[in-house]
Design a protein around this ligand. Structure first.
Ligand code: GLA
Length: 387
């Protein structure tokens, strides 16, 4: 969408010109899925798509927001004195949550804003549209009020918003990737310690291709929280003998030696995924650094199989899309990305075969599911910022 159109819309809605613009990207996770809240490693990168906001301050305590993505909802308002989650405020609840926890952490929000939002990440598709909205608002608050706040603290406020305001028990990966991302780099993040490493993603002959199943899911109504509790229970069972704080501390040998401490077969599989996926993520990072993309691709495939069979968060649509990609000769690796249950896959595909990939994989997917997938070639971009 061109900027002029947004500028005019702002003027039309709020009767004045906007003052500042902010942007936060979405993210794609290359590998390390459902490991963040298990104290393991993740390997996401920020993408070039995201959430743009045009902002102008107000004199009073009120904020008024309008999204080009939810035009039917019209202008939604809230007041800094009344920051509670209300169903009818729909997407604006993410904004209210950010305001609330900034205030609770002692940052003095002395007035409201008029805000126009435009996003080009598909919502609820596993590319972190919600973390993108949270981080663009956090970045706005930082600059508009000159708050002396570290980016990682904005990340933590985003996670709090998700956990305590929206009610999804998510980990820290999404907000971290969205806020801290750097162009052409993936972030290896240890979610236990928050120690991270920026790893150059050098793909000479390949593209990262994101494919949307167009099967939507809401995190809040998915089995996300259930998986998280299953892993917590498995951890407690392991802790009866092992001195560990998270599943991420276990290597494969130690886990296999102690698996019988976990009292149900389902929980054994959940924990197995968390432990093995964490190790796969570390191996994948090494493979990428060494330029061994074939190994990276195999690890992506294994990740999907584990998410499908042990963690059970894929489903017919994601499996069909990934299987079609596996059958295509120019695919280096393919897996679901994000929380699962629908949403997107990420694949590494030979550049000169990408058009054919989109055509053939898209066709097979439609044959199997009756749905039409959207494809796009991802560029790795920078994190949240003032424009
Ligand atoms: C969602 C959550 C993240 C992470 C992924 C799965 O995106 O927000 O914290 O748990 O699912 O890896």
């Amino acid at each position: 969408m061109d900027l002029l159109k947004l500028e005019n819309k702002f003027l039309e809605l709020f009767g004045k010109k906007y003052e500042n613009r902010y942007f936060a990207p979405g993210r794609v996770n290359l590998i390390g899925e459902h490991t963040d809240y298990n104290g393991g490693n993740v390997f996401p990168c920020a993408i070039d798509r995201g959430t743009l906001i045009l902002v102008s301050k107000r004199e009073d305590n009120k904020s008024r927001l309008y999204s080009m993505n939810f035009e039917d909802k019209g202008i939604i308002e809230f007041n800094n004195d009344n920051l509670i989650n209300e169903l009818e405020d729909s997407w604006v609840n993410y904004v209210k949550g950010m305001f609330k926890f900034f205030i609770e952490k002692g940052y003095d929000i002395t007035h409201g804003f008029d805000i126009l939002v435009y996003g080009d990440i598909p919502n609820g598709a596993g590319l972190s549209s919600s973390a993108s909205l949270e981080m663009v608002i956090g970045t706005m608050l930082k600059y508009e009020f000159n708050f002396n706040i570290d980016t990682v603290d904005i990340v933590k406020i985003g996670k709090l918003t998700e956990n305590k305001f929206i009610g999804v028990n998510s980990g820290i990966m999404d907000q971290f990737a969205v806020a801290m991302g750097q162009k052409d780099k993936a972030i290896l993040l240890d979610c236990n310690t928050l120690i991270y490493e920026m790893v150059p993603v050098v793909l000479k002959d390949e593209y990262i291709v994101i494919a949307n199943t167009n099967k939507r899911r809401g995190l809040a109504d998915s089995k996300y929280n259930e998986r998280r509790s299953e892993c917590e229970k498995a951890l407690e069972e392991l802790q009866t003998k092992l001195n560990i704080k998270s599943l991420g501390e276990l290597n494969i040998e130690k886990f296999e030696e102690n698996i019988d401490l976990i009292g149900s077969e389902i929980r054994q599989r959940r924990a197995k995924h968390a432990v093995y996926e964490n190790q796969r993520t570390l191996k994948a990072k090494e493979a990428l650094i060494k330029g061994k993309l074939d190994i990276f691709g195999k690890l992506m495939n294994e990740s999907h199989i584990s998410l499908r069979d042990d963690y059970e968060v894929t489903g017919h649509e994601l499996d069909s899309l990934v299987e079609a990609a596996w059958e295509f000769e120019g695919t280096v690796g393919s897996r679901m990305t994000g929380a699962g249950f629908g949403g997107c896959t990420v694949s590494i595909v030979k550049k000169n075969m990408t058009d054919k990939f989109i055509e053939e994989v898209g066709k097979k997917y439609t044959e199997k599911t009756g749905l039409v997938a959207d494809f796009y070639i991802a560029s790795i971009g920078d994190g949240a910022r003032k424009l």
